[in-house]
Write a protein that binds this ligand. Structure first.
Ligand code: HEC
Ligand code: HEC
Length: 366
Protein backbone atom coordinates (compact mmCIF):
# COMPACT_ATOMS: atom_id res chain seq x y z
CA UNK A 1 0.00 0.00 0.00
CA UNK A 2 1.32 3.46 -0.79
CA UNK A 3 2.29 5.76 2.04
CA UNK A 4 -0.39 8.26 1.07
CA UNK A 5 -3.06 5.61 1.39
CA UNK A 6 -1.75 4.38 4.69
CA UNK A 7 -1.99 7.92 6.02
CA UNK A 8 -5.50 8.45 4.67
CA UNK A 9 -6.74 5.15 6.12
CA UNK A 10 -5.11 5.91 9.40
CA UNK A 11 -6.84 9.29 9.55
CA UNK A 12 -10.24 7.75 8.81
CA UNK A 13 -9.74 5.06 11.46
CA UNK A 14 -8.72 7.48 14.12
CA UNK A 15 -11.37 10.11 13.61
CA UNK A 16 -13.84 7.43 14.74
CA UNK A 17 -11.87 6.69 17.89
CA UNK A 18 -11.52 10.36 18.63
CA UNK A 19 -15.16 11.34 18.66
CA UNK A 20 -15.81 8.93 21.48
CA UNK A 21 -12.60 9.70 23.43
CA UNK A 22 -13.06 13.47 23.57
CA UNK A 23 -16.80 13.52 24.29
CA UNK A 24 -18.42 13.78 27.70
CA UNK A 25 -17.96 15.81 30.89
CA UNK A 26 -15.08 15.25 33.29
CA UNK A 27 -15.38 12.37 35.76
CA UNK A 28 -15.11 13.28 39.49
CA UNK A 29 -11.39 12.38 39.68
CA UNK A 30 -10.66 14.40 36.51
CA UNK A 31 -12.66 17.35 37.87
CA UNK A 32 -10.71 17.18 41.14
CA UNK A 33 -7.46 17.03 39.20
CA UNK A 34 -8.45 20.07 37.14
CA UNK A 35 -9.12 22.15 40.27
CA UNK A 36 -5.74 21.17 41.74
CA UNK A 37 -3.99 21.78 38.39
CA UNK A 38 -5.20 25.37 38.66
CA UNK A 39 -4.82 25.80 42.44
CA UNK A 40 -2.50 28.73 43.21
CA UNK A 41 -2.24 27.50 46.81
CA UNK A 42 0.04 24.72 45.54
CA UNK A 43 2.77 27.44 45.49
CA UNK A 44 4.32 28.92 48.63
CA UNK A 45 3.09 32.47 47.96
CA UNK A 46 -0.15 31.52 46.17
CA UNK A 47 0.97 32.95 42.82
CA UNK A 48 1.62 29.90 40.65
CA UNK A 49 -0.21 26.76 39.57
CA UNK A 50 0.51 24.05 37.00
CA UNK A 51 -1.55 26.13 34.58
CA UNK A 52 0.91 29.05 34.92
CA UNK A 53 3.57 27.06 33.06
CA UNK A 54 1.35 24.60 31.14
CA UNK A 55 -1.48 26.68 29.69
CA UNK A 56 -3.94 25.58 27.02
CA UNK A 57 -3.32 28.77 25.04
CA UNK A 58 0.28 27.59 24.49
CA UNK A 59 -0.55 23.97 23.79
CA UNK A 60 -0.16 23.28 27.53
CA UNK A 61 3.39 24.65 27.57
CA UNK A 62 4.62 27.92 29.18
CA UNK A 63 2.75 30.94 27.76
CA UNK A 64 5.42 33.40 28.97
CA UNK A 65 7.94 31.57 26.74
CA UNK A 66 5.69 31.07 23.72
CA UNK A 67 4.84 34.80 23.70
CA UNK A 68 8.52 35.74 23.50
CA UNK A 69 10.50 32.69 22.41
CA UNK A 70 13.59 34.67 21.36
CA UNK A 71 14.20 36.07 24.83
CA UNK A 72 12.23 33.94 27.29
CA UNK A 73 13.14 30.27 27.03
CA UNK A 74 12.75 28.79 30.50
CA UNK A 75 10.07 29.19 33.17
CA UNK A 76 10.22 31.64 36.06
CA UNK A 77 9.43 30.15 39.50
CA UNK A 78 6.76 31.30 41.95
CA UNK A 79 9.30 33.62 43.58
CA UNK A 80 9.39 35.62 40.34
CA UNK A 81 13.18 35.30 39.91
CA UNK A 82 14.31 31.65 39.89
CA UNK A 83 14.79 30.18 36.44
CA UNK A 84 14.61 26.49 35.59
CA UNK A 85 17.25 24.98 33.32
CA UNK A 86 14.93 23.56 30.66
CA UNK A 87 12.12 24.60 28.32
CA UNK A 88 8.69 23.52 29.65
CA UNK A 89 7.24 20.77 27.44
CA UNK A 90 3.50 20.28 26.97
CA UNK A 91 1.64 18.53 29.77
CA UNK A 92 -0.88 17.28 27.17
CA UNK A 93 -0.39 13.89 25.51
CA UNK A 94 2.52 13.27 27.91
CA UNK A 95 0.58 10.62 29.84
CA UNK A 96 0.94 8.06 27.06
CA UNK A 97 4.61 7.67 27.95
CA UNK A 98 5.19 4.27 29.60
CA UNK A 99 7.32 3.74 32.71
CA UNK A 100 11.01 4.37 31.93
CA UNK A 101 12.54 1.07 30.86
CA UNK A 102 15.27 -0.44 28.73
CA UNK A 103 13.52 -1.65 25.59
CA UNK A 104 15.18 -4.68 24.01
CA UNK A 105 13.36 -4.40 20.71
CA UNK A 106 14.40 -0.75 20.36
CA UNK A 107 17.85 -1.24 21.91
CA UNK A 108 17.54 1.81 24.13
CA UNK A 109 15.63 3.47 26.95
CA UNK A 110 11.99 4.44 26.46
CA UNK A 111 9.32 6.15 28.55
CA UNK A 112 9.33 8.20 31.73
CA UNK A 113 8.49 11.87 32.21
CA UNK A 114 10.58 15.08 31.86
CA UNK A 115 13.16 15.65 29.12
CA UNK A 116 15.55 13.29 30.96
CA UNK A 117 13.02 10.65 32.11
CA UNK A 118 13.73 11.17 35.81
CA UNK A 119 10.05 10.82 36.80
CA UNK A 120 10.38 7.16 35.92
CA UNK A 121 6.96 5.90 37.01
CA UNK A 122 8.59 3.06 38.94
CA UNK A 123 7.29 4.34 42.28
CA UNK A 124 3.57 4.92 41.57
CA UNK A 125 3.41 2.77 38.43
CA UNK A 126 2.53 5.94 36.50
CA UNK A 127 5.17 8.46 35.35
CA UNK A 128 2.56 11.22 34.85
CA UNK A 129 1.25 10.95 38.44
CA UNK A 130 4.82 10.87 39.75
CA UNK A 131 5.74 13.93 37.70
CA UNK A 132 2.84 15.94 39.18
CA UNK A 133 4.35 15.45 42.65
CA UNK A 134 7.54 17.29 41.67
CA UNK A 135 6.69 20.94 40.88
CA UNK A 136 4.94 21.92 44.15
CA UNK A 137 8.11 20.97 46.10
CA UNK A 138 10.65 22.20 43.54
CA UNK A 139 12.45 25.31 44.91
CA UNK A 140 12.73 26.93 41.46
CA UNK A 141 9.06 26.25 40.74
CA UNK A 142 6.23 26.32 43.31
CA UNK A 143 8.57 26.07 46.31
CA UNK A 144 6.24 24.58 48.95
CA UNK A 145 8.22 23.54 52.06
CA UNK A 146 7.05 19.90 52.15
CA UNK A 147 4.31 17.41 51.23
CA UNK A 148 2.42 18.15 54.44
CA UNK A 149 2.01 21.80 53.41
CA UNK A 150 0.52 20.79 50.05
CA UNK A 151 -1.87 18.30 51.69
CA UNK A 152 -2.84 21.00 54.21
CA UNK A 153 -3.72 23.32 51.30
CA UNK A 154 -6.14 20.64 50.07
CA UNK A 155 -7.62 20.15 53.58
CA UNK A 156 -8.25 23.92 53.77
CA UNK A 157 -9.69 24.17 50.26
CA UNK A 158 -13.34 24.34 49.26
CA UNK A 159 -12.85 21.13 47.27
CA UNK A 160 -11.63 19.06 50.27
CA UNK A 161 -14.90 17.12 50.29
CA UNK A 162 -14.62 16.31 46.61
CA UNK A 163 -11.17 14.85 47.41
CA UNK A 164 -12.76 12.69 50.16
CA UNK A 165 -15.59 11.63 47.82
CA UNK A 166 -13.08 10.48 45.22
CA UNK A 167 -10.49 8.83 47.48
CA UNK A 168 -12.40 7.92 50.69
CA UNK A 169 -13.41 9.66 53.93
CA UNK A 170 -9.94 9.27 55.51
CA UNK A 171 -8.10 10.28 52.35
CA UNK A 172 -6.62 13.48 53.79
CA UNK A 173 -5.42 11.98 57.09
CA UNK A 174 -2.15 10.33 56.02
CA UNK A 175 0.16 12.78 54.23
CA UNK A 176 2.15 10.42 51.97
CA UNK A 177 -0.90 8.57 50.65
CA UNK A 178 -2.83 11.85 50.19
CA UNK A 179 0.17 13.20 48.23
CA UNK A 180 0.14 10.11 45.99
CA UNK A 181 -3.56 10.68 45.29
CA UNK A 182 -2.93 14.36 44.46
CA UNK A 183 -0.54 13.12 41.76
CA UNK A 184 -3.05 10.55 40.49
CA UNK A 185 -5.92 13.06 40.26
CA UNK A 186 -3.85 15.66 38.41
CA UNK A 187 -2.69 12.93 36.01
CA UNK A 188 -6.33 11.87 35.46
CA UNK A 189 -7.17 15.44 34.42
CA UNK A 190 -4.12 15.70 32.14
CA UNK A 191 -5.32 12.52 30.41
CA UNK A 192 -8.91 13.77 30.05
CA UNK A 193 -10.57 14.73 26.77
CA UNK A 194 -10.40 18.36 27.87
CA UNK A 195 -6.58 18.31 27.65
CA UNK A 196 -6.01 15.59 25.07
CA UNK A 197 -8.59 16.58 22.51
CA UNK A 198 -7.35 14.79 19.39
CA UNK A 199 -9.27 17.47 17.49
CA UNK A 200 -6.61 18.88 15.15
CA UNK A 201 -7.06 19.23 11.36
CA UNK A 202 -4.83 16.15 11.12
CA UNK A 203 -7.27 14.19 13.33
CA UNK A 204 -10.21 15.49 11.31
CA UNK A 205 -8.52 14.48 8.06
CA UNK A 206 -8.51 18.07 6.76
CA UNK A 207 -5.12 18.42 5.06
CA UNK A 208 -4.42 20.66 2.09
CA UNK A 209 -2.30 19.30 -0.78
CA UNK A 210 0.81 20.99 0.60
CA UNK A 211 0.19 19.66 4.11
CA UNK A 212 -0.39 16.23 2.59
CA UNK A 213 3.04 16.31 0.91
CA UNK A 214 4.45 17.36 4.28
CA UNK A 215 2.75 14.32 5.81
CA UNK A 216 4.38 12.00 3.29
CA UNK A 217 7.82 13.52 3.94
CA UNK A 218 7.17 13.29 7.66
CA UNK A 219 6.42 9.60 7.49
CA UNK A 220 9.61 9.01 5.50
CA UNK A 221 12.05 11.17 7.49
CA UNK A 222 10.63 11.87 10.94
CA UNK A 223 8.28 9.10 12.05
CA UNK A 224 11.02 6.68 13.11
CA UNK A 225 11.34 8.92 16.20
CA UNK A 226 8.18 11.07 16.13
CA UNK A 227 6.17 7.88 15.68
CA UNK A 228 2.83 7.65 13.89
CA UNK A 229 2.34 4.01 14.90
CA UNK A 230 -0.19 4.60 17.70
CA UNK A 231 -3.89 5.08 17.03
CA UNK A 232 -4.28 8.04 17.08
CA UNK A 233 -0.61 8.88 16.41
CA UNK A 234 1.31 10.58 19.25
CA UNK A 235 4.32 11.71 17.17
CA UNK A 236 6.84 10.23 19.60
CA UNK A 237 8.04 6.75 20.47
CA UNK A 238 9.24 8.02 23.90
CA UNK A 239 12.82 7.02 23.10
CA UNK A 240 15.93 9.10 23.89
CA UNK A 241 18.14 10.65 21.24
CA UNK A 242 20.92 13.23 21.08
CA UNK A 243 20.16 15.33 18.00
CA UNK A 244 23.00 17.66 18.96
CA UNK A 245 21.24 20.90 19.83
CA UNK A 246 23.66 23.81 20.28
CA UNK A 247 24.07 25.47 23.67
CA UNK A 248 21.45 28.13 24.28
CA UNK A 249 23.53 31.24 24.95
CA UNK A 250 20.70 32.61 27.11
CA UNK A 251 21.37 29.75 29.56
CA UNK A 252 25.16 29.93 29.69
CA UNK A 253 25.26 29.88 33.50
CA UNK A 254 24.15 26.24 33.33
CA UNK A 255 26.54 23.28 33.07
CA UNK A 256 26.28 21.16 29.90
CA UNK A 257 23.00 19.29 30.13
CA UNK A 258 23.64 15.53 29.92
CA UNK A 259 19.92 14.64 29.78
CA UNK A 260 19.06 10.97 30.35
CA UNK A 261 22.76 10.18 30.92
CA UNK A 262 22.92 12.76 33.70
CA UNK A 263 19.88 11.22 35.40
CA UNK A 264 21.26 7.67 35.05
CA UNK A 265 24.63 8.78 36.42
CA UNK A 266 22.95 10.30 39.48
CA UNK A 267 20.88 7.13 39.81
CA UNK A 268 23.97 4.90 39.55
CA UNK A 269 25.80 6.78 42.30
CA UNK A 270 22.76 7.03 44.62
CA UNK A 271 22.08 4.85 47.66
CA UNK A 272 19.08 3.11 46.14
CA UNK A 273 19.55 2.95 42.37
CA UNK A 274 16.48 2.20 40.24
CA UNK A 275 18.49 1.28 37.15
CA UNK A 276 22.09 0.74 38.29
CA UNK A 277 23.29 1.22 34.70
CA UNK A 278 27.10 1.43 34.85
CA UNK A 279 27.18 2.49 31.20
CA UNK A 280 25.31 5.77 31.84
CA UNK A 281 27.82 7.62 29.63
CA UNK A 282 26.23 5.89 26.62
CA UNK A 283 23.14 8.03 27.35
CA UNK A 284 24.91 11.43 27.72
CA UNK A 285 23.21 14.15 25.70
CA UNK A 286 20.06 12.14 24.98
CA UNK A 287 16.63 13.71 25.52
CA UNK A 288 13.14 12.28 25.21
CA UNK A 289 11.64 12.60 21.75
CA UNK A 290 8.81 15.13 22.28
CA UNK A 291 5.28 14.75 20.94
CA UNK A 292 4.58 17.18 18.13
CA UNK A 293 0.89 17.63 18.94
CA UNK A 294 0.17 21.36 19.43
CA UNK A 295 3.81 22.08 18.61
CA UNK A 296 2.88 25.23 16.66
CA UNK A 297 1.70 26.82 19.93
CA UNK A 298 4.57 25.84 22.22
CA UNK A 299 7.63 27.81 21.07
CA UNK A 300 10.54 27.86 21.77
CA UNK A 301 11.79 24.41 20.75
CA UNK A 302 14.13 21.76 22.13
CA UNK A 303 14.98 20.93 25.73
CA UNK A 304 16.90 24.20 26.08
CA UNK A 305 14.57 26.30 23.93
CA UNK A 306 17.42 27.16 21.59
CA UNK A 307 15.22 27.57 18.49
CA UNK A 308 12.43 30.18 18.54
CA UNK A 309 10.66 28.92 15.39
CA UNK A 310 9.52 25.60 13.99
CA UNK A 311 11.24 26.31 10.69
CA UNK A 312 14.62 26.66 12.42
CA UNK A 313 14.04 23.47 14.37
CA UNK A 314 13.21 21.46 11.24
CA UNK A 315 16.01 23.11 9.25
CA UNK A 316 18.44 22.12 12.03
CA UNK A 317 17.35 18.46 11.86
CA UNK A 318 17.99 18.68 8.09
CA UNK A 319 21.42 20.38 8.01
CA UNK A 320 23.08 20.05 11.44
CA UNK A 321 26.21 18.62 9.81
CA UNK A 322 26.27 20.73 6.67
CA UNK A 323 24.62 24.05 7.51
CA UNK A 324 27.23 25.85 9.61
CA UNK A 325 25.29 25.53 12.88
CA UNK A 326 27.10 26.02 16.21
CA UNK A 327 28.66 22.90 17.80
CA UNK A 328 26.41 20.53 19.79
CA UNK A 329 26.23 21.24 23.51
CA UNK A 330 27.02 17.55 24.14
CA UNK A 331 28.94 15.82 21.35
CA UNK A 332 28.67 12.27 22.78
CA UNK A 333 26.27 9.75 21.23
CA UNK A 334 25.25 12.04 18.38
CA UNK A 335 22.45 10.60 16.23
CA UNK A 336 23.14 10.23 12.48
CA UNK A 337 19.59 9.83 11.17
CA UNK A 338 19.31 13.58 11.50
CA UNK A 339 21.93 16.15 10.53
CA UNK A 340 22.24 15.58 6.79
CA UNK A 341 18.76 14.67 5.59
CA UNK A 342 19.05 16.17 2.11
CA UNK A 343 15.68 17.95 2.19
CA UNK A 344 15.14 21.00 -0.02
CA UNK A 345 13.92 24.32 1.42
CA UNK A 346 10.49 23.65 -0.10
CA UNK A 347 10.37 20.26 1.59
CA UNK A 348 11.26 21.84 4.93
CA UNK A 349 8.42 24.32 4.41
CA UNK A 350 6.04 21.46 3.53
CA UNK A 351 7.04 19.69 6.75
CA UNK A 352 6.35 22.84 8.74
CA UNK A 353 2.97 23.15 6.98
CA UNK A 354 2.22 19.61 8.14
CA UNK A 355 3.27 20.37 11.74
CA UNK A 356 0.79 23.26 11.76
CA UNK A 357 -2.03 20.73 11.25
CA UNK A 358 -1.33 19.14 14.64
CA UNK A 359 -2.89 21.96 16.72
CA UNK A 360 -6.09 21.07 18.54
CA UNK A 361 -9.29 22.89 17.65
CA UNK A 362 -9.76 25.91 19.93
CA UNK A 363 -12.84 27.30 18.19
CA UNK A 364 -15.18 26.06 20.91
CA UNK A 365 -12.94 27.52 23.64
CA UNK A 366 -9.93 26.00 25.36
C1 HEC B 1 7.56 27.21 36.93
C2 HEC B 1 6.98 26.54 35.79
C3 HEC B 1 6.36 25.17 35.99
C4 HEC B 1 5.34 24.82 36.88
C5 HEC B 1 4.68 25.69 37.92
C6 HEC B 1 5.01 23.46 36.56
N1 HEC B 1 5.80 23.00 35.54
FE1 HEC B 1 5.63 21.21 34.61
N2 HEC B 1 7.38 21.53 33.69
C7 HEC B 1 8.10 22.69 33.72
C8 HEC B 1 9.40 22.46 33.11
C9 HEC B 1 10.49 23.50 32.93
C10 HEC B 1 9.45 21.10 32.74
C11 HEC B 1 10.63 20.35 32.10
C12 HEC B 1 11.62 20.01 33.20
C13 HEC B 1 12.59 18.93 32.83
O1 HEC B 1 12.38 18.18 31.87
O2 HEC B 1 13.59 18.79 33.55
C14 HEC B 1 8.14 20.54 33.09
C15 HEC B 1 7.75 19.24 32.79
C16 HEC B 1 6.44 18.79 32.97
C17 HEC B 1 5.89 17.56 32.43
C18 HEC B 1 6.65 16.53 31.60
C19 HEC B 1 6.15 16.39 30.21
C20 HEC B 1 6.97 15.39 29.42
O3 HEC B 1 6.61 15.12 28.27
O4 HEC B 1 7.97 14.86 29.93
C21 HEC B 1 4.58 17.48 32.85
C22 HEC B 1 3.58 16.39 32.54
C23 HEC B 1 4.33 18.65 33.67
N3 HEC B 1 5.47 19.42 33.72
C24 HEC B 1 3.17 18.89 34.39
C25 HEC B 1 3.10 19.81 35.45
C26 HEC B 1 2.10 19.78 36.51
C27 HEC B 1 0.99 18.77 36.64
C28 HEC B 1 2.36 20.85 37.32
C29 HEC B 1 1.66 21.26 38.62
C30 HEC B 1 1.67 20.27 39.69
C31 HEC B 1 3.51 21.54 36.74
N4 HEC B 1 3.95 20.85 35.64
C32 HEC B 1 4.03 22.73 37.22
C33 HEC B 1 7.65 23.89 34.22
C34 HEC B 1 6.65 23.99 35.19
C1 HEC C 1 16.48 10.30 15.29
C2 HEC C 1 15.28 10.76 15.94
C3 HEC C 1 14.57 11.98 15.36
C4 HEC C 1 14.21 12.18 14.03
C5 HEC C 1 14.44 11.27 12.84
C6 HEC C 1 13.52 13.45 14.03
N1 HEC C 1 13.48 14.00 15.27
FE1 HEC C 1 12.61 15.76 15.80
N2 HEC C 1 13.34 15.57 17.67
C7 HEC C 1 14.01 14.48 18.16
C8 HEC C 1 14.43 14.74 19.52
C9 HEC C 1 15.20 13.80 20.43
C10 HEC C 1 13.99 16.04 19.82
C11 HEC C 1 14.27 16.80 21.13
C12 HEC C 1 15.76 17.12 21.19
C13 HEC C 1 16.22 17.94 22.35
O1 HEC C 1 15.44 18.71 22.92
O2 HEC C 1 17.42 17.81 22.68
C14 HEC C 1 13.29 16.53 18.65
C15 HEC C 1 12.64 17.74 18.57
C16 HEC C 1 11.84 18.14 17.51
C17 HEC C 1 11.02 19.32 17.50
C18 HEC C 1 10.85 20.31 18.67
C19 HEC C 1 9.65 19.92 19.52
C20 HEC C 1 9.53 20.68 20.81
O3 HEC C 1 8.44 20.64 21.39
O4 HEC C 1 10.50 21.29 21.27
C21 HEC C 1 10.41 19.39 16.28
C22 HEC C 1 9.47 20.45 15.78
C23 HEC C 1 10.85 18.23 15.53
N3 HEC C 1 11.71 17.49 16.31
C24 HEC C 1 10.45 17.93 14.24
C25 HEC C 1 11.02 16.91 13.48
C26 HEC C 1 10.79 16.73 12.07
C27 HEC C 1 9.88 17.60 11.22
C28 HEC C 1 11.54 15.66 11.67
C29 HEC C 1 11.72 15.11 10.29
C30 HEC C 1 12.27 16.04 9.33
C31 HEC C 1 12.20 15.14 12.86
N4 HEC C 1 11.87 15.93 13.93
C32 HEC C 1 12.99 14.01 12.87
C33 HEC C 1 14.30 13.31 17.48
C34 HEC C 1 14.11 13.13 16.12
Amino acid sequence: MSTQWKIVLCIVALSMVVTTAAAGPLTPIQQLGKIMYQDLDFSYNSTQSCLSCHHHRSGFADPANSLDPEASVVSVGADGVSLGGRNAPSSAYAGFSPTLHWDNAHGGYMGGMFWDGRATGKILGDPLAEQAQGPPLNPVEMKMPDMAAVVQAVRDATYANLFRQVFGTDALEDVPSAYDNIGRAIAAYERSGEVQKFSSPFDRGQLTARQQSGAVLFEAHCAQCHSMADTPPLFTNYSYVNIGLPTNELLTGNPDDLGLGGFLEADFTSNAPLFADADYAAQYGKFKVPTLRNVAMSAPYGHNGVFPTLTMMVAFHNTRDTGGWPEPEVANNLNDDVGDMGLTDTQVDDLVAFLLTLSDDLRMGP
